[in-house]
Design a protein around this ligand. Structure first.
Ligand code: MSP
Length: 508
């Protein structure tokens, strides 16, 4: 069985989760669910980034002990994932003893090999981004994504010989087209790699920051938060027998575009130095924007709170909109308006109406029992063929993180089924006893088509599709993406009124 290791960024737990975090986690969860349905053995990791200055400052501002603060916020993240239907295999925390041990071992190894050295450094540090920045990156004296300007710092740090690996990193990206997706992000990094990237400061003096993992050979310094955080992709596997060999070779990371540099320059160089095979894919998302077109942020109050949205529209509707609305990799707007339009158009109108028409007609004309029929003509064969092609294409799209394209095509199939109802007019066939076979074929095709839709959409909307399958009288969860049409299910559809998606937008 093919294995697959999927990770999200580990999130700074300086506050509660926002929609940007939910965006990455939901994409990872959908990828994990599709992959399981395709028969893969999946390990899905998410977690919390708990060290660093940003966290220490936020805890102090809150008047709380740092460990209590991160414990409380990490709980909020875990609970949020539960509410959004995100089911990781493991939730890693960088304050776990097993993670700290792994980081210490990695540091000791690099130090022993001479890949880490000590030097005095002067530079501009952004606490918001937790990294040294260059003058070139500043706009009006600060990074565009930061509130505060960077601070000038002069201190003794330990450095990782990142520059030594620049040629290798460049080669790796060049000789593996598609490893960073979409491709524009690979190009952006290759331009950066033309010039020296310097070495990476991987420690902070304890006199400035004590909240971190001490360096094993110098207890007066703690580990730089990014060096610590990136290793959280490996520490959970290293702590369990066989997991590393089983999952690491297939690793795929999902990240946002603002953390592309650490995931190419730092991480690939670190992997090479530590003799870890590099990632198989780095999927880079764009940013979610508020209705005003600016990046969602608390200060602008232009964001959609994922838990408020999940309460209002259900978690599944939010999941659907997040994967369906914006092509992965580019920026796009998510607002209540966008969610409601998508819900009304795709889910309530196209899919919801098809479901209620189908259930109503099977109730009315067949006393709720799905008819068995072989009276198939060209229309039915065409739909079956179309569904087969859809099944075969799905994993190709999903593996390229084009989940939007997958959902778009599934919805196109739903619209095809709606057109089929209009063309075959089962309500007319029902009036003519000699057309009974034809009527049965139409109802059975619609039922079977919907069973297939419930399978194909279950990774995106697991709860809604479970409810749909129950209403269709189909027991159990879908087991495979390649389920074949059945012509003799003999299922009984629900006798209760069933509304899969309620409309919300105002008419007109
Ligand atoms: N802790 C680091 C990641 C370490 S991974 C080894 C971090 N954390 S974060 O909490 O600040 O951000 C996590 C992810 O959320 C990033 O991938 C970032 O791109 C994403 N988002 C934050 N705001 C976002 C939007 N408005 N839209 C989409 N994603 C954005 O960085």
């Amino acid at each position: 069985m093919d294995s697959l290791y999927i990770t999200t960024p580990i999130y700074y737990v300086n506050d509660r989760p926002h929609l940007g975090h939910a965006y990455a986690s939901i994409h990872a969860d959908v990828l994990a669910r599709y992959s399981r349905l395709a028969g893969r053995d999946v390990f899905f990791l998410t977690g919390a980034d708990e060290h660093g200055e940003k966290i220490a400052k936020a805890a102090a501002a809150n008047g709380e002990g740092i460990q209590d603060f991160v414990d409380r916020n990490a709980d909020l993240f875990m609970a949020a994932w539960g509410q959004l239907g995100v089911e990781p295999t493991q939730f890693v925390r960088t304050t776990l003893a097993s993670h700290k041990r792994y980081v210490s071992t990695a540091l000791a190894l690099l130090y022993e090999r001479g890949d880490i050295y000590q030097a005095e450094y002067e530079g501009l540090y952004s606490v918001g981004q937790e990294r040294f920045v260059t003058e070139k990156e500043l706009v009006g004296g600060k990074l565009p994504e930061d509130k505060e300007p960077p601070e000038l710092r002069r201190e003794v740090n330990y450095f990782f010989r990142m520059e030594k690996y620049r040629g290798w990193v460049k080669d790796f990206i060049e000789s593996n087209p598609g490893v960073i997706q979409p491709d524009n992000y690979a190009k952006e990094m290759l331009v950066l790699l033309e010039e020296p990237i310097g070495d990476l400061s991987i420690s902070r003096p304890k006199s400035r920051l004590s909240w971190g993992i001490p360096l094993p050979w110098d207890r007066d310094h703690v580990t730089y938060v990014w060096f610590d955080a990136l290793l959280s992709y490996v520490s959970p596997l290293a702590a369990q027998a066989d997991s590393f060999e089983r999952y690491w070779p297939s690793v795929r990371h999902i990240i946002g575009k603002d953390i592309l540099r650490p995931h190419t320059l730092f991480w690939l160089a670190m992997c090479k130095a530590l003799e870890l095979s590099p990632y198989r894919k780095l999927y880079v998302s764009g940013h979610l924007l508020g209705s005003d077109g600016y990046k969602m942020s608390k200060s602008l109050k232009n964001g959609v709170d994922p838990l408020v949205a999940a309460n209002k529209y259900t978690a599944d509707v939010l999941r659907y909109v997040l994967v369906r609305e914006i092509p992965f990799g580019v920026d796009g707007i998510i607002s209540d308006n966008v969610i409601e339009n998508r819900l009304d158009k795709d889910l309530a109108n196209d899919l919801g109406n098809l479901v209620s028409r189908t259930l109503t007609m099977i109730g009315l004309y067949c006393d709720f029992v799905v008819p068995t029929s072989r009276a198939h003509g060209a229309d039915e064969e065409g739909l079956i063929e179309q569904s087969r092609q859809l099944q075969e294409s799905i994993m190709g799209w999903v593996d390229d993180m084009k989940i939007r394209l997958a959902t778009e095509n599934i919805m196109a199939f739903v619209r095809e089924l709606n057109r089929y109802v209009s063309a075959r007019t089962p309500w007319k066939l029902a009036k003519d006893a000699s057309k009974r076979d034809e009527l049965n074929a139409v109802l059975q095709t619609l039922h079977e088509g919907l069973v297939l839709v419930s399978t194909l959409l279950s990774p995106v909307m697991p709860e809604k599709m479970r409810a749909l399958r129950k209403a269709l009288g189909v027991a159990g969860q879908p087991e495979s993406l390649n389920e074949r049409w059945q012509f003799d299910r003999g299922a009984c559809v629900t006798r209760e009124p069933f509304i899969l998606f309620a409309k919300v937008a105002n008419e007109g």
